[in-house]
Design a protein around this ligand. Structure first.
Ligand code: RFL
Ligand code: PHB
Length: 389
């Protein structure tokens, strides 16, 4: 099998197939250092942690990851806790950087002598409608051609695989939001031990962390903003205004070691299979980061797909491969809904008036004030079940 893209989706699929004796080559256009250094997601659902555990790649995650049994919603200057464990029968989340998951998976693939080719240039796919799709790429001075049974596009939102679906086969659903997030990593001990999602008339803000020494923070900004528009002073003063409480709490400041702007978009391409080409993760769908769902959806796609391939190579059954797209998409749409809802409830929209603001506050009151509301937030946040194939 050929897997294109060594993000969380491609690496996990490569590892799980290997555990089932299914030979695969993993192609990545970037260098190993680049993949390991990309700062992105931070929240792992309980189910994601369990999967990494069963796959034998969670040793460091258990040592260094921060288990959280709740998070806070902040509005009208006050905090409201969502007790994840109490509301979901003991489930929780773990804060552990996506790049740490990527490092652990790369180390394991290489220790198992997996065929991982970083710096693979000009990857091209052909023949996905035939019995033996072909993948061509250049590697150093070499031109390489691989034939495979199946190809899996784990190449992210800007990858090439989705483009191999004929236009009449693929339907896309898209929403671009009129704002972005400015994200920073700061060398400052987190001033509180759980995440805070804040609604504020000046815009959304999020307090998160990576370790006992590093705070991760985001502020809603204009989509045309660049990091240069946000001096360190401006970032800290907006964070203090949007996240601060009447009792004088504010994030602890420290040197900013990373600053970037993330656009916000919901996108789904369906189906996730065309003949002998499958899509998984961001290659097929993206969510705005407000629900912390992107990487977790990539992992759940891979669980469904790897089981389908185990059924096929182990017992010759094609049923799983045929059902993959429908099963994966049902969970994807629920993740899309939750991410869209959290985004809509917490951000300021340029087209909104004071009525909309009151609707947001009433929603926040309901979702934090009623046990049913809190349970809905909690069960989505820790992750909905993965349907078996
Ligand atoms: P990735 O991680 O984008 O990996 C795709 C890989 O494919 C490679 N590639 C190619 N390789 C070969 N040939 C080509 N032609 C190729 N084109 C691309 C790329 O170099 C890359 O290595 O996709 P994958 O594996 O599907 O994983 C998805 C996640 O990365 C993504 O959903 C999350 O980062 C989203 N996300 C979050 N998800 C969460 O679950 N929890 C969070 O808390 C969370 N926070 C976030 C986020 C994403 C963010 N940004 C920056 C978009 C916070 C932010 C700020
Ligand atoms: C993060 O820590 O980067 C993070 C946490 C929660 C989110 C998005 C990003 O919803």
């Amino acid at each position: 099998m050929a897997i294109i893209g060594a993000g969380p989706a491609g690496l996990l699929l490569s590892h799980l197939l290997h555990l089932h004796g299914i030979a695969n080559v993993l192609l990545e256009s970037r260098s190993r250092e680049y993949c390991e250094g990309r700062v992105r997601a931070g929240v792992l659902e309980q189910g994601t942690v369990d999967i990494l555990d069963e796959a034998g790649v969670a040793e460091r995650l258990h040592r260094e990851g921060l288990r959280h049994t709740g998070f806070e919603m902040h509005f009208r200057g006050q905090r409201h806790r969502i007790a994840l464990d109490e509301l979901t029968g003991g489930k929780s989340i773990v804060v552990y950087g996506q790049q740490e998951v990527v490092k652990d998976l790369i180390a394991r693939r290489l220790a198992d002598q997996g065929d991982v080719r970083f710096d693979a240039r000009d990857v091209k796919l052909s023949g996905v409608e035939t019995e033996t799709p072909i993948v061509r790429f250049s590697h150093g001075a070499q031109q390489v051609e691989l034939s495979c049974d199946y190809a899996v596009g784990c190449d992210g939102f800007h990858g090439i695989c989705r483009g191999e679906f004929p236009a009449h086969v693929l339907k896309t659903y898209d929403r671009i939001y009129p704002f972005a997030w400015l994200g920073i990593l700061a060398e400052a001990p987190p001033a509180q031990h759980e995440l805070i999602y804040a609604h504020h008339e000046r815009g959304f803000a999020l307090f998160s962390m990576r370790s006992p020494k590093i705070t991760r923070l985001y502020v809603q900004c204009d989509p045309s903003d660049t990091p240069a528009d946000w001096s360190d002073d401006r970032v800290w003063s907006e964070l203090a205004i949007r996240l601060g409480t009447g009792e004088g709490w504010r994030p602890t400041e420290g040197p900013i070691i990373q600053k970037s702007v993330t656009p916000m978009r919901s996108f789904v391409a369906a189906p996730m299979r065309h003949q002998r080409l499958f899509l998984a993760g961001d290659a097929a769908h993206i969510v705005p980061p407000t629900g912390a769902k992107g990487m977790n959806l990539a992992v759940s796609d891979i669980i469904v797909l790897s089981r389908a391939f185990e059924m096929f190579y182990g017992r010759g059954e094609t049923r799983g491969l045929e059902r993959y797209s429908d099963i994966a998409l049902r969970r994807v749409w629920k993740g899309e809904r939750f991410s869209w809802h959290m985004t809509s409830m917490l951000h300021t929209f340029p087209e909104h008036d004071s009525f909309h603001e009151q609707m947001q506050l009433a929603e926040l009151d309901y979702y934090t004030g009623s046990r049913a509301g809190r349970t809905t937030l909690a069960e989505n946040y820790v992750g909905l079940p993965i349907e078996s194939i």
